[in-house]
Design a protein around this ligand. Structure first.
Ligand SMILES: COc1cccc(COC(=O)c2cn[nH]c2)c1
Length: 239
């Protein structure tokens, strides 16, 4: 997968050299390039922003540098991803879908946003996904891109050693995961639930399923209500 990131703070992406994402880059699974938006400015001050038409607080990112930056990095099969407070909520399903694409270009907005014409013009020549990570406002898109890149990269083939954890994981299955335990058996007077040491894998699977359902119903009624009813009882019947 080829990924290009355009930002006025390219150094923000140093963390993407670490750990699994770093490994994905060295193995060639991930071809990541970070670009400084100011590369595409032409004035001596390398200006990327200006005051908003119609007034209001803050500054807006100018269209010209963005237009030239996208001209330079976009290829035919590219999809533009713009983290934004006004985007569509980003979900695991979106991560799965983006992980299957050949080329992603991330535009990191700052200030009050990017001149709307940049997004509109981009839509004329490529798929554009404005995505929100949550109902809050960040200083800019950089940290959101790091989050999105982590969600996508772990889904790429060969990146996550234990592929089972991909199939098992809750958000992919539509429920929250059951609690997890490891050694020691007793810790500060708290023991590991006996069922997990029973060796009875059917019983363990049922217990985990019940814990997932209880947790999801308690913490995420939205997810619980969206869970396919036939999956609820079919699974339990089988088990
Ligand atoms: C595109 O223009 C802007 C302007 C300001 C900040 C940002 C970064 O995104 C967020 O703040 C965000 C993403 N999900 N929830 C919040 C983008």
């Amino acid at each position: 997968m080829k990924v290009d990131i355009v930002s006025i703070f390219p150094d923000y992406f140093a963390p993407l050299d670490l750990s699994l994402i770093g490994k994905a880059r060295t193995t060639g699974t991930l071809d990541l390039t970070v670009h400084d938006l100011r590369t595409w400015t032409s004035d001596v001050h390398r200006t990327v922003d200006d005051s908003p038409y119609g007034g209001g607080p803050g500054m807006v990112m100018r269209p010209e540098p963005w237009g030239q930056a996208l001209d330079a990095v976009v290829s035919d099969g590219a999809t533009l991803v713009v983290p934004s407070p006004v985007g569509k909520p980003f979900t695991q399903a979106d991560a799965q879908q983006l992980a299957g694409l050949d080329h992603l270009v991330f535009a990191c907005g700052r200030y009050e946003g990017i001149d709307q014409r940049v997004i509109d013009e981009a839509r004329d020549r490529m798929p554009v996904r404005e995505v929100s990570l949550g109902d809050y406002v960040l200083f800019g898109g950089e940290v959101a891109v790091i989050v999105i890149m982590e969600a996508i990269t772990r889904l790429l083939p060969g990146v996550l050693g234990n592929a089972d954890s991909l199939t098992e994981e809750s958000h992919a299955a539509g429920l929250l995961e059951a609690p997890v335990y490891t050694k020691p058996l007793a810790w500060r007077g708290r023991e590991v639930p006996d069922v997990l040491r029973s060796g009875d894998h059917g019983r363990i699977a049922r217990w985990r399923r019940e814990q997932s359902l209880l947790r999801t119903a308690d913490r995420r009624p939205d997810m619980y209500d969206a869970y396919p009813p036939d999956l609820l009882d079919k699974w339990d019947r089988k088990a």
